[in-house]
Design a protein around this ligand. Sequence first.
Ligand SMILES: [Zn+2]
Length: 304
Amino acid sequence: MRLALGLDVGGTHLRAGVVDESGRIVAQEKRALADRAPEAVADAAAETAGLALAGAGGAGVVGAGVGVAAQVLRGEGVVACAPNLGWRDVPFGALMRARLPGLPLLVVNDLSAAAEGEWKVGAGSGARDVVVVFVGSGVGGGFVLGARLHEGARGVAAEVGHMKVRPGGRTCGCGEEGCLEAYAGGHALGQRAREELGRDWNAAKLASAARDGDAGARRLLEDAGDLLGAALANLCTVLNPARLILGGSVLLGSELLYERAAAGVERWTAAVAREGLTVVRAALGDDAGIVGAALLAMGTVISV
Ligand SMILES: [Zn+2]
């Protein structure tokens, strides 16, 4: 069976996996990111990839897919902006190709990779139109439209976290104002807990405080859930997916946030698009990125 390498470059961790055509992970490696300079990340990614390849025996690997928590321009794999890594205009595809010679390689947004994984072998399998939104430290998304990952003209489609939900509002990590991520991302929730509640809480602590009945924590998560719900409802109204897949540690880590967002989708999606829409939790967990990146790499190699 053919294999491909999938890499997931997040803000704090690097994951590499060798994946077969059915989406099964044959071998994988994970490490924390110490140095976030582009060259250092590329070195660490190549090393982690090498260990995963060795674990899989190395044979039959036809290509590599690299998902980066960033806005990635189509083609050469230039990272236009990666707030969590502090990168702007980094030719990450070229850096990786130099370190993994002989392996066809593509670079995509990490959530595009995760969307491909969830669609092909996770919570979206069997559907042709799928919207995937993850809330972790940020908010990201990926769209599969007509059984194909939607990239957009420059390759930066589905930047759900940077939809403006309060024009002129809170400043986002991307430098713009009023983004969804600046209200409902995990990092922003921690900031808001400090500013609005005077609590030194991260998103996980905020979720547990809400579970324990803290009124301020509940109010803040309800507000974030409403903003998420309205944004997701608008996406469903515009794109008419059969399935909306919700994932990410922050969204799946708070029942209140998840239920509030899902209730918003139910209430605010236009009736014609709501008919036949199913809202489900992501199924692949942290593996979605490497599985999807590898499947995308395999698909690209097939089509060449
Ligand atoms: Zn933004």
